[in-house]
Design a protein. Sequence first.
Lengths: 248, 218
Amino acid sequence: MVSNFDDADRQRSDALSRTMIELADTLVHDFDVVDFLQMLSGRCVEVLGLASAGVMLHDQRDVLQVVASSDERARVLELMEIQNQEGPCLDAYRLSEPIQANAAEAASRWPIFSVRAQSFGYRTVGAIPLRLRAQTIGALNLFSTSDTQFRERDIRDAQALADIATIGLLNERALREARLVAEQLQYALASRVTIEQAKGIIAVNLKCDVDAAFQHMRGYARRRGLRLGDVASDVIHGDLTATAFTDG
Amino acid sequence: MDVSPSLVPLRLCEVGVERLGAQGVGLALISSPQARSLLSASGALAGRVEELQFSLGEGPCLDAFWAGVPTYEPFLATEGRDRWPLFAMAAVAAGVEAVFSFPLQVGEVRFGVLDVAHDVPGMLAAGVLADALALADIATETILALQTGTDEDRVADELGGIGSERIVVHQATGMIAAQAGIGVGDALAWLRAHAYADDRHIYDVASDVVAGSLMFVS
């Protein structure tokens, strides 16, 4: 019985499976975005037989930033960065679709980018969007020195790796944001008690009512760019006396 | 324009009572020994567990909060008495026989608890426990969603105010501390002692302090 897989295919399949498991495993444990994407880039090069690969992620202003690259040479990084003006990465990000081009196509589509890419000997270039449902957060660059186009299965495999990476990145971001809000809430819950207590202390020491006491405290906090809860806490611990509020 | 407290936390407690077959489900916001308040509660035993723990200063929900892990006591009347002598006695007298508390947290940042109370002893079935854990996750996300977008140093209006009675108690505590030259912890103790001795509600005594008709000197 003839198997449909030859050795190279099987090795490639194994490498891909191993990489996906490695990536998924990272998501469960402590997660460093840059290390993670660095690993992704390196694995893509191995699994897909590339010259180099790199990841760009968008920032709040929708500018693509180079976050990881299998090749740390400055000129390769510049090649990625220039894609904020034109290039496969920008197109993949904007269109949320995988892109690839041979040397001639690249020269016509992205003339400036293409000149630089050719100078590295990159003949075939491509990019895979990092997307999950409606969100696209960046793109994975693929650079090859071969004239052979990326096969459909190469694109599919790269997309699978990119998808796992995207899930991890979005989870990590959501977790970070949730944690920030939780910390804010924790602080606000604690400080609303200390603020009321501090009003009482100031009211007695300055012989005014609690509302006036609040105005004093808030004015002091604003003038010094301090958090109201911190000022209240200082008042309660005796680190800040009422005279400070009338001195201005 | 004032924003009303959201009804979603209450709805979550009502869903908890139905799905978990509990007699009391409550959500409390906790940040420090003094900073604790009931956000919402539902069921025949609604709020009892939280109120008792706040006034006695001990109980499974406080343990769950400080340890950051769920705390279960299916046999409050027996095992519970060893763990929380004051709370167990008062809770059983109020009709609570089992309590299951789940911290509300993101990583190690904790801000509250979900309490589930039953009027019969016994551990929750596996499926019910899974539902309770899921409810705690939903409550966490819900509360954080309600807080998101609020000015950094304030509790969102959607999460309800501190309660005007409590405001008065905290302000009175500060005033007593300044008048008597003592710390706020001691000031609160004085306030409680005075209310007890005069057989008055602490809020009434606190109001008098804030109004200036009652002063403390050391």
